[in-house]
Write a protein that binds this ligand. Structure first.
Ligand SMILES: NC(=O)c1ccc[n+]([C@@H]2O[C@H](COP(=O)([O-])OP(=O)(O)OC[C@H]3O[C@@H](n4cnc5c(N)ncnc54)[C@H](O)[C@@H]3O)[C@@H](O)[C@H]2O)c1
Length: 270
C-alpha cells in the first residue's frame, strides 16, 4: 500500500487557481490523479490545469463560482461528463474576513461568507457524494478545507469561525452517513498559511503570525497538500470523520512561557 493507489482517481478541487487549492491540484496531478480544477478566474485556473498537463499529468479547468450551488452541480456534472466517473472532491474555495467585533459585521457580510464557505462546501459534498456513489468508486473521498477556526474560535472572526465550525460539523456527519459506503470524509484545518488570503497584509502582520505560531513560522500551502494526498490514498481508508490541523501546533494549546533547563542539547552532535 502506497501513494500509487491514488493513480487514475478522478478528483475535483475547488479554489484551485492559487494558494492551498492550487498546491493540492498540482500535487494530485503530479501523483497521477485526473484533476478537475475549479475557480472563478479562467486565466489563473486554466494556468494551473495547463501546468499539470505540461508536466505529463491530466487536468481540465471548469470555471465555477462556488457560492452558487447550481454552478457547483454543473462542475460535478462536467467532471463526470469528461472523465466518466468521480472518486473525490476537495472543497477548498473559501474567503477570509478582516477582524471586527461581531456587532460591526453586516448581514450582507454574513450572506457573502456563508454562501461560499458553508453553502459552497455543502454543494460540493452533496453533488460530489451523489456522483461518487453513482461511480461505485472503490476509494471515494470528500475532503473539506476548514481551518483551525473550525476547532478553536478566533476573536474578531465571528462569521468565519461560524462557517468553519459548520464545515467541521458537516464533515463529521457525512463521515457517519457514508462510512458504510466506502467514502471517507475529512477536514484539513490549516493554521497560518502563506497564501493570498492575507491580501496585502503588511510585513509586520506576517511576522506577528509567524511568531504567534509555536513552530515559529507560517505554513506553506504544500504542507496542506501532503495531507490531502494521504487522505486521497487508500492508506487512509480507515480515517474518516477527522478534522486534522496542519498548523505547527497553533491549535494544540495555550502558549505559556517556558525555559529549557538544558538548551545545549540542540548543540550536541549525534
Ligand atoms: N491561508 C490560511 O492561512 C488559511 C488558514 C485556514 C484556512 N484556510 C482556508 O483554506 C482555503 C483556501 O484558502 P487560501 O489560503 O488558499 O486562499 P487564497 O485566497 O489564496 O485562495 C482561495 C481560492 O479560492 C478561490 N475562490 C474564492 N472565491 C471563490 C468562489 N466564489 N468560487 C470559486 N472559487 C473561489 C480563489 O480563486 C482561490 O483559488 C479557504 O477555505 C480558507 O478559508 C486558509
Amino acid at each position: 500500500m502506497d501513494f500509487q493507489s491514488v493513480k487514475g482517481k478522478v478528483v475535483v478541487v475547488t479554489g484551485a487557481s492559487r494558494g492551498i487549492g492550487a498546491a493540492i491540484a498540482k500535487l494530485y496531478g503530479a501523483s497521477g490523479m485526473k484533476v478537475v480544477c475549479a475557480a472563478r478566474s479562467k486565466e489563473q485556473g486554466q494556468a494551473v490545469a495547463d501546468e499539470i498537463c505540461g508536466k505529463g499529468g491530466d487536468a481540465i479547468f471548469i470555471r465555477t463560482d462556488c457560492s452558487d450551488a447550481s454552478q457547483v452541480k454543473a462542475l460535478i456534472d462536467g467532471a463526470v461528463a469528461h472523465y466518466g466517473c468521480l472518486d473525490g472532491v476537495v472543497s477548498n474555495a473559501g474567503i477570509g474576513q478582516g477582524g471586527s467585533p461581531l456587532h460591526e459585521y453586516e448581514t450582507e457580510d454574513y450572506d457573502k461568507i456563508f454562501d461560499l464557505n458553508s453553502k459552497g462546501v455543502f454543494a460540493g459534498m452533496k453533488y460530489g457524494a451523489e456522483a461518487i456513489l453513482r461511480s461505485h468508486s472503490k476509494g471515494g473521498f470528500l475532503i473539506n478545507v476548514a481551518s483551525i477556526a473550525g476547532l478553536m474560535p478566533q476573536r474578531g472572526q465571528a462569521l468565519y469561525t461560524a462557517t468553519k465550525f459548520g464545515v467541521v460539523g458537516m464533515t463529521r456527519v457525512a463521515a457517519l452517513d457514508y462510512a458504510k459506503y466506502g467514502i471517507t470524509v475529512n477536514a484539513i484545518c490549516p493554521g497560518y498559511t502563506k497564501t493570498s488570503i492575507f491580501g496585502d497584509a503588511p510585513e509586520q502582520a506576517m511576522e506577528f503570525f509567524a511568531n504567534d505560531c509555536p513552530a515559529g513560522r507560517m505554513g506553506n500551502p504544500e504542507e496542506c497538500a501532503y495531507l490531502a494526498l494521504f487522505l486521497a490514498s487508500d492508506m487512509a481508508r480507515y480515517i474518516t470523520g477527522a478534522a486534522i490541523p496542519v498548523d505547527g501546533a497553533l491549535s494544540a494549546g495555550s502558549k505559556n512561557v517556558t525555559s529549557w533547563k538544558h538548551p545545549e542539547i540542540l548543540e550536541e552532535e549525534n
